[in-house]
Write a protein that binds this ligand. Structure first.
Ligand SMILES: [Zn+2]
Length: 122
């Protein structure tokens, strides 16, 4: 897993989302992530050609809370993201989590994918 700056909750949530993306979008070789300064994480699958292979997903910086009256789990809305609709200019940390099930891509290809993903506005 990339980055040690995630909370335990986020690491687990990220793992779940990555697993889902790798499973549902079979041309995905990695999951690109942007961690914003509010601790929310934006992420999307990328293909070996550096194209987006899945819809954009979000892991909130706020852990889910249990609603005491219904017992349902809800994730609090991030007020900062709500205001600027996930401003990428607030990115603190970014990277790609590569699939460990696919054939390993050469460093050259990885760098190409990275350059394409992060030069564009993911
Ligand atoms: Zn946020």
């Amino acid at each position: 897993m990339a980055g040690n700056s995630f909370t335990e909750y986020q690491k687990n949530a990220l793992e779940d989302v990555c697993r889902l993306i790798f499973k549902e979008f079979s041309n995905t070789v990695g999951v690109a992530f942007l961690k914003l300064d509010c601790d929310c994480i934006k992420l999307a699958g990328v293909s070996s050609t550096g194209d987006q292979s899945s819809p954009m997903m979000l892991v909130s910086g706020n852990p889910p809370v249990i609603d005491e009256s219904t017992g349902a789990e809800t994730t609090p809305v991030c007020e900062i993201c709500k205001d600027d609709s996930l401003g990428v200019f607030r990115t603190k940390n970014r990277g790609i989590i590569w699939s460990n099930k696919k054939a390993v891509l050469s460093k050259q290809i990885r760098n190409k994918v990275k350059a394409k993903v992060f030069d564009s506005d993911l």
